[in-house]
Design a protein around this ligand. Structure first.
Ligand SMILES: *Cc1c(COP(=O)(O)O)cnc(C)c1O
Length: 375
């Protein structure tokens, strides 16, 4: 018996060709270099394999949230530039520089710390300045960023490779916040010209910006969710022909007849008024499949769309086939993906669970083995 035969039937299948196609689609749409965002295990798709594939496809730059993610990529042999997007603490700076990771500098104080550490190491730090244009997360407010930019330009051990900001409302094409943020960002960037300094790479657009706001594309774009073929929000417009890359699959492991009036699962929240046929799927909230899909989610078995009944358990969930439905142990179950012309999208799960596709994808955890196709 091979290891694959021993593996649990629940698995994620990632289509590397779909990812590569999405990268090409985005690039030709915007016409500027792309920083592929790989944080949170590449939105659940698997950090290292996705990075290796996109690097081979000529991705210009990666973005991750944390130092650890950047180190994992370097250890896996990724050579292209990697920007750590998140806020940093002083004690992390040495490691960021050692692993050749580009640093987000989000205050004057942090700039001074990076400058001092780089000087002590005798090695230049590559930095991107973070300007806050309306997110109120990390970054220096655009109105008061002049001294920050002046200090960065003057810093001898810091190379200002980029300047960036983050859009708060770009998922919504009707939001007026985005135009305001673009204007504030452009104003902030004028300080470089005023100082006679070279203009760093200006980047602003997340997936929403790429889909809806061409004025936000500037010198580089930072797609996350749309690179994986998923829409940022129900109000997003499908202006790009991207394909979902992830499927969540399993197999039936149990069949039983549940008699009328006998409730199913914890809390006894679901009962049938007739005898019905119920199968068990070996997947639960311990894998990151949302418990919020209790009595709301759907799956595909034998090309049929069937409801999850009762509470989703930690490792298992139950599906109603109806009084006359058929399924056997070992039958394929599609939780995200296509089967016989039917489809269940990440966006569907997000709607049923009252959340966004981002959360559905990034919750799918390491307990689920990942398989890669194509590439
Ligand atoms: C996560 C993130 C992105 C990507 O966002 P998407 O909406 O997934 O495209 C871009 N920029 C920053 C700073 C981020 O944190």
């Amino acid at each position: 018996m091979s290891e694959a035969d021993n593996q649990r039937p629940t698995r994620i299948v990632v289509d590397l060709d779909a990812l590569a196609g999405n990268l090409r689609t985005i690039r030709s749409h915007v016409g500027v270099p792309v920083m592929a965002i790989l944080k949170a295990n590449a939105y659940g798709h698997g950090l290292v394999r996705v990075a290796q594939h996109l690097q081979a496809q000529g991705a210009e730059q990666f973005g991750v949230a944390f130092l650890e993610e950047g180190i994992a990529l370097r250890r896996a042999g990724i050579r292209i530039p990697i920007l750590v997007l998140g806020g940093i603490l002083g004690r992390q700076i040495t490691q960021l520089i050692e692993h050749d990771l580009e640093i987000t500098v989000s205050s004057l104080d942090k700039l001074r710390k990076v400058e001092a550490t780089a000087e002590a190491m005798g090695r230049k730090a590559i930095i991107h300045l973070k300007i806050d244009t309306g997110m109120e997360r990390i970054g220096v407010h655009s109105e008061t960023c002049a001294p920050f930019i002046e200090a960065a330009v003057a810093a001898r051990w810091c190379v200002v490779k980029g300047v960036y900001s983050h859009l708060a409302c770009a998922d919504d094409p009707a939001s007026r916040m985005t135009a305001l943020q673009i204007e504030r960002f452009r104003d902030a960037c004028t300080h470089f010209s005023r100082l006679g300094a070279p203009m760093p790479i200006r980047h602003l657009a997340n997936s929403g910006g790429i889909l809806h706001f061409p004025e936000s594309w500037l010198d580089m774009v930072r797609p996350g969710i749309v690179l994986y073929g998923v829409q940022p929000d129900p109000s997003s417009q499908r202006t790009l022909a991207v394909a979902p890359a992830l499927q969540l699959l399993s197999q039936v492991v149990y069949f039983k007849v549940v008699h009328a009036g006998r409730p199913v699962s914890y809390g006894a929240t679901w009962t049938s008024s007739v005898d019905t046929r119920v199968v068990t799927i070996p997947l639960g909230y311990g894998d990151g499949y949302p418990r919020a899909l209790s009595n709301r989610g759907q799956v595909l078995i034998r090309g049929q769309r069937l409801p999850i009944i009762g509470r989703v358990c930690m490792d298992q969930c139950m599906v109603d086939l109806g009084p006359h439905g058929t399924a056997y142990n070992g039958d394929d179950v599609v939780l995200i993906g296509q089967q016989d012309g039917q489809g269940i999208a990440v966006e569907d799960l997000a709607g049923w669970a009252d959340t966004i596709g981002y959360e559905i994808l990034t919750r799918l955890n390491e307990r689920i083995p990942r398989e890669y196709r194509g590439g």
